[in-house]
Design a protein around this ligand. Structure first.
Ligand code: NAP
Length: 254
């Protein structure tokens, strides 16, 4: 099978590529570093020629600006147009659990636009809504840190290993389009502020985590359930401690 992975060097994309290649598929990695830009459209049609499946594992480089929304709007429109031209038969997108109910974040509005356009594109599709990757915890800390104080909401999260999400994407690539959305989370539920406090302590990071129910999550208000998946979500196997033990963080200090 010929598969193009856009964003194939990113956190989840590189695992998707490794898994598909190990199963013997022909996989092309595409991103700006290989001359393909979904926002300008540069190189898109050429890289997709002959592809059966396109996995979109790209991400915006900022989370809170107008540029964030424009990335998803323009990028999704360009992707769909190129896929129609070359006749792609399965588009797989990765989005975030809670996208449909978070209104006050420009990032999630962008993700919602992406989901909506894919659903009405007429191209067979699968949308994967994943919870926060363990690999994303550092970005959460950085976004919430001011003067070594990290203020975080006590919202429940069920974070997941990016490689477990990649396993589901690789499976869908082979099995074919769902023409629907599937959620995936990790096996453990914990309050975001408590999990990050545990992470910061084990990393001996020079900051203090304060629990604040009003602290925004990338600009969005989040309550206990906002970031939780539904009962039908796939539950991945890798827990936080198992992930941490084999992660780069286990071998380095903050
Ligand atoms: N991170 C999480 O916790 C999480 C959780 C759930 C769902 N997701 C979803 O998973 C997807 C991937 O997230 P990630 O964290 O793996 O992303 P990431 O590590 O930031 O990687 C993003 C990739 O996109 C490429 N890219 C950026 N702008 C591009 C452009 N204009 N044209 C082509 N490629 C571009 C980047 O490569 P270049 O710089 O070479 O272009 C990079 O390979 C996102 O849609 C996100 O919403 C993420």
């Amino acid at each position: 099978m010929n598969i193009v992975v856009l964003g194939g060097k990113g956190v989840v994309g590189r695992h998707v590529v490794d898994r598909l290649r190990s199963e013997g598929h022909e996989v092309l990695v595409a991103s700006r570093s290989t001359g393909v830009d979904i926002v300008t459209g540069e190189g898109l049609v050429d890289v997709m020629a002959g592809a059966d499946v396109v996995v979109d594992a790209t991400n915006a480089t900022s989370f809170t600006t107008q540029e964030t929304y424009d990335f998803f709007r323009q990028g999704t429109d360009n992707l769909i147009e190129a896929e129609r031209l070359v006749g792609v038969t399965h588009h797989i997108a990765i989005s975030v659990v809670g996208t449909e109910r978070i209104d006050d974040s420009i990032y999630f509005r962008g993700k919602r636009y992406q989901d909506a356009q894919i659903r009405k594109s007429g191209i067979p599709y699968s949308i994967v809504h994943a919870t926060q990757f363990y690999e994303f915890l550092v970005a959460i800390i950085v976004s919430a840190e001011r003067d070594q104080i990290v203020q975080l909401a006590p919202a429940y999260i069920e974070p997941v290993a990016a490689d477990d999400v990649a396993a589901l994407i690789a499976q869908l690539a082979v099995e074919g389009p769902l023409n629907g959305t599937v959620e995936i989370s990790g096996p453990e539920r914990e309050r975001m502020s408590e999990l990050i406090r545990r992470f910061v302590t084990s990393m001996e990071a020079p900051c203090e985590v304060i629990t604040d129910p009003h602290a925004p999550y990338f600009g969005a208000r989040v309550d206990d359930r906002t970031l939780l998946p539904g009962d039908d979500a796939r539950r991945a196997r890798t827990g936080f401690e198992a992930w941490l033990a084999q992660s780069e963080y286990a071998r380095s200090s903050w």
